[in-house]
Design a protein around this ligand. Structure first.
Ligand code: ADP
Length: 674
C-alpha cells in the first residue's frame, strides 16, 4: 500500500501569518496614538505657554502698579505732613510757608486755609471766588435815610447831594464810602457827570472799605464804567472795563461765586476779553469750585461727620482737581491742585520708573473720569489698584507700553514651538511610514518563504511517494512480469533523478545567493546542445502526454557557455511551459539567430502572465496569481536561477505573454567569436 505523506495543517500556517498582521495593526494603532498624543501635548504646551506668558506680563504689571502706588502714596503722605505743620502755624507765617509748598507751581495749585468765617488762599491771585461772602458790614441804614428820602421820594437831587456830601466828610470810612457812592449816584441823576466821575475816583481809593459787603473800590470802578458807557466814552469804558476784568480774574477781591460772575459778565459786555485771561479762567474756575466743595466738607468735619484728614479727586468742568486736606478743631488746611500740578510735582518723578518698567499709567477718579492719560482697549492686560486698596484719591491702572510688540513676540515664540512640534509630528509620521513599509516587506518575505517551504515540501513529496510505492511493490515481489519490473525500475530512476534535480537546484540557488556559483565556460555548438536538452526533456514528459515541437535554424553560431548551467536554464523554461499549460499538451522549443545573437525560446499556449507580474516573476519566491489559482506547484526559484545563469553568460531574458493565451520565454545569448 502506498504511504501518504501528510500535508502540513493549513490552519497552523494561516495562524502564522495572522500574528504579524495583527502586530502591524497594533503598530499602526500605537503610532496613531503617539501622533495624537503628540498633537495633544503640543496643543497643551502652546496653551500653557500662553497662560505662562500672560501670567508673566500680569506679574510685571502688578509689580509696576505696586511700585507706582507706593511712590504716589509717599507723595501723598509728604503733602499731608506739610499740611499738618500748617495747622499749628501762626497766621503771619502762613503765606510764606504756603508759597514754599506751592513754589513754582503757583497758578496750578494753591493752599487754602479755612477758619470760622475766614477763607484765605495762597497765593491769593489763584482763587477766582470764595465759598462765601463775608457778612455785610455796613454803616447803619438810618445814616443815609434823609438823603434817600430826598432822592427817591422828593426827587430833590440837589438836596440829596448836599446831605450826602456832608456825610462824606465823616470820620467813619464806612459812612464816608456809603455817602460817596450815593453822592455820585445823585450827581449822575442831576446830570453832573464830571463831578460824579471825580467822586468815583475818590471812592476807588478806599480800597479795603466794604459797602453792603462788597469792596468800595470794586463798586466805584463798576459804577464808573456804567457812567462812561452812558456817556458813550467807549475808549475809556473799554480800557476801564478791561482793567476791572483783569483784577477780578486775578482775585483782587474776595467775592463769592455770584458776585464774581455778575461783575465779570457785566464788564465783559464792554470789551472782548484777552484769550490768555479766558484760558486762565478755564483753569481757575474748577479750582474755585473745588474750594467751595471743600468748604462744605469742612462744615461736615466740624460737625464730626467727616474725617479730619482726607484726599479726593473731583471732576469739575471737564478738569480734574486734587484736594488733600488736614483739619483741626478750628482750622482746615488744604492743597488744591489742578492737573498740571499733578503732572509736574507728582507724576514727573514717576517717569523713570514707568519707563524702566515699560508700562503706561492711567488714573481715574471715583466716578471713572480720566485724570491722567486714558488709554483705550479694555481687552489688553492691565493691573488695577482701586483707591480703596491704595488710599489714593484715584484708581490706578497700568498697561504695557507696547502690548502689540509683546503680542508679536509671544506669537513668534509660539510659532517656533508649533514648528518644532510639526517637525516632530512629521518625523513620527515619516518614521512610521518607513517602519510600516519595512514591516510589510518583511511580512511579504515571510509569506513568500512560507509559500516556498510549502511548495518545496510538495515538490519533494511526489517523487518520494513514487519511490516509496515502487520500491515497496518491488521488495514485496508483487510485480509479476519482468517487463513490468523493468518499468518500475525506470520509474524509480526517474523519481530519484527528479529528487536529485530538485536538491541540485536548491543547492545551486543557495550558491547563487551566496555568490559562490562557479561557471565553467566552454565553446558550445548551439544546435546540438539545444536539440540534446530539448529531446531529453521531450522524452521525459512524453509519458505524461506532452509533446515538444522542436525547431532549429541551421548553422547557428556557437556560444561560450557552461553546458550544465545553460541546460538547467533551458530545462527550467521547458518545465514551466509544461507546468503552466495544463490544457494544451504541446510546447514549442526554438533556436534561432537574432541580430547576431542566439535566441533560444520556449513557447506554450497555457495560463499566460499578467503585464504587472511579468517583471516580478524573476524575483525569488514570487509566483504569479494564475499559477496559484490553477493549483500548479512550484518554489518560485526557477526563473530567478534562469535569469542569474543568463546574466552570467552576458545574455538577456525576454518574456512575451498574455493571460489565457500563452507565454514565450526567450534566452538571448551573445554568439561566441571563434
Ligand atoms: P515555479 O517553481 O513557481 O515555477 P519559477 O521561478 O519557475 O517558479 O516561476 C515563477 C512563476 O512564474 C511561476 O510560479 C508562474 O506563476 C510563472 N511562470 C513561469 N513560467 C510560466 C509559463 N510558461 N506560463 C505561465 N506562468 C509561468
Amino acid at each position: 500500500m502506498a504511504k501518504v505523506l501528510h500535508e502540513p495543517p493549513a490552519m497552523s500556517l494561516s495562524l502564522w501569518f495572522r500574528a504579524p498582521r495583527y502586530l502591524m495593526t497594533l503598530f499602526l494603532a500605537i503610532m496613531l496614538v503617539l501622533a495624537a498624543s503628540l498633537s495633544w501635548l503640543g496643543w497643551r504646551l502652546v496653551k500653557q505657554d500662553r497662560a505662562l506668558e500672560s501670567q508673566r506680563i500680569q506679574e510685571r504689571l502688578d509689580n509696576s502698579a505696586d511700585l507706582i502706588a507706593a511712590s504716589l502714596q509717599r507723595k501723598l503722605s509728604e503733602s499731608k505732613n506739610q499740611l499738618n505743620s500748617f495747622l499749628s502755624l501762626p497766621e503771619a507765617d502762613l503765606a510764606a510757608r504756603a508759597s514754599e509748598i506751592v513754589g513754582q507751581s503757583a497758578g496750578t495749585a494753591l493752599i487754602v486755609v479755612f477758619r470760622p468765617q475766614v477763607v484765605d488762599a495762597y497765593p491769593g491771585t489763584a482763587l477766582l471766588y470764595y465759598p462765601f461772602q463775608p457778612a455785610a458790614r455796613d454803616a447803619p441804614a438810618s445814616t443815609f435815610e434823609t438823603g434817600e428820602v430826598a432822592e427817591f421820594q422828593q426827587r430833590d437831587f440837589a438836596k440829596a447831594i448836599a446831605i450826602f456830601r456832608e456825610l462824606s466828610q465823616s470820620k467813619d470810612p464806612m459812612i464816608r464810602a456809603g455817602a460817596l457812592l450815593r453822592l455820585a449816584r445823585n450827581l449822575r441823576k442831576a446830570q453832573q457827570f464830571r463831578a460824579a466821575l471825580d467822586i468815583y475816583d475818590e471812592l476807588d481809593q478806599m480800597v479795603a472799605t466794604p459797602i453792603g459787603g462788597l469792596p468800595a473800590d470794586l463798586l466805584a470802578r463798576y459804577a464808573r464804567c456804567t457812567l462812561l458807557n452812558e456817556l458813550k466814552r467807549t475808549t475809556e469804558v473799554k480800557r476801564d472795563a478791561g482793567l476791572l476784568y483783569a483784577d477780578l480774574r486775578n482775585g483782587r477781591w474776595k467775592l463769592n461765586r455770584s458776585a464774581f460772575r455778575f461783575y465779570t459778565q457785566e464788564t465783559s459786555r464792554w470789551f472782548t476779553p484777552d484769550p490768555a485771561l479766558q484760558a486762565h479762567e478755564r483753569e481757575a474756575v474748577p479750582t474755585a469750585t473745588a474750594v467751595e466743595l471743600l468748604w462744605e466738607a469742612w462744615q461736615r468735619i466740624r460737625r464730626g461727620e467727616d474725617n479730619a484728614s482726607g484726599q479726593r479727586s473731583v471732576w469739575i468742568l471737564g478738569r480734574p482737581v486734587l484736594l488733600v486736606w488736614q483739619a483741626s478743631s478750628d482750622r482746615l488746611v488744604a492743597l488744591v491742585a489742578g492737573q498740571r500740578y499733578l503732572e509736574q510735582q507728582w507724576l514727573s518723578s514717576l517717569r523713570p520708573l514707568v519707563d524702566r518698567q515699560s508700562v503706561r499709567l492711567a488714573l481715574t477718579d471715583a466716578e471713572g473720569h480720566p485724570v491722567l492719560a486714558p488709554f483705550s482697549g479694555s481687552t489688553v492686560q492691565q493691573a488695577t489698584r482701586s483707591s480703596a486698596e491704595t488710599q489714593l484719591p484715584w484708581t490706578l491702572r497700568v498697561v504695557s507700553q507696547d502690548p502689540l510688540a509683546e503680542l508679536a513676540q509671544e506669537r513668534n515664540r509660539r510659532s517656533l514651538l508649533l514648528l518644532a512640534f510639526m517637525l516632530l509630528f512629521t518625523f513620527v509620521l515619516v518614521g512610521s511610514y518607513f517602519i510600516a513599509r519595512a514591516v510589510t516587506r518583511e511580512l511579504e518575505v515571510a509569506r513568500l518563504q512560507s509559500d516556498f517551504v510549502a511548495a518545496v515540501s510538495h515538490e519533494f513529496r511526489t517523487p518520494l511517494a513514487s519511490l516509496c510505492q515502487l520500491s515497496e511493490m518491488l521488495s514485496d515481489g508483487r510485480v509479476p512480469s519482468e517487463s513490468r519490473r523493468q518499468e518500475y525500475y525506470e520509474g524509480l530512476r526517474h523519481a530519484s533523478e527528479r529528487l536529485h534535480r530538485l536538491v541540485e537546484s536548491l543547492l545551486d540557488f543557495g550558491r547563487m545567493q551566496a555568490g559562490a556559483q562557479q561557471y565553467r565556460f566552454e565553446l558550445l555548438e548551439t544546435g546540438s546542445f539545444f536539440r540534446g536538452v530539448a529531446e531529453e526533456f521531450a522524452q521525459e514528459i512524453r509519458e505524461r502526454g506532452y509533446q515538444v515541437e522542436i525547431t532549429q535554424q541551421p548553422h547557428l553560431p556557437s556560444v561560450r557557455a557552461d553546458r550544465e548551467a545553460l541546460a538547467r536554464a533551458l530545462w527550467n523554461l521547458l518545465d514551466n511551459a509544461v507546468k503552466y499549460s495544463p490544457q494544451n499538451k504541446t510546447v514549442w522549443a526554438k533556436a534561432t539567430c537574432e541580430n547576431g545573437r542566439v535566441a533560444i525560446s520556449v513557447r506554450d499556449r497555457g495560463l499566460g502572465i499578467g503585464p504587472h507580474e511579468r517583471k516580478k516573476i524573476f524575483k525569488k519566491f514570487v509566483r504569479a496569481a494564475s499559477a496559484e489559482v490553477a493549483g500548479a506547484k512550484g518554489t518560485g526559484l526557477g526563473l530567478t536561477m534562469v535569469e542569474h545563469i543568463v546574466a552570467a553568460h552576458s545574455g538577456q531574458m525576454r518574456v512575451e505573454s498574455e493571460p489565457g493565451v500563452g507565454s514565450t520565454f526567450t534566452i538571448l545569448l551573445p554568439s561566441a567569436k571563434e
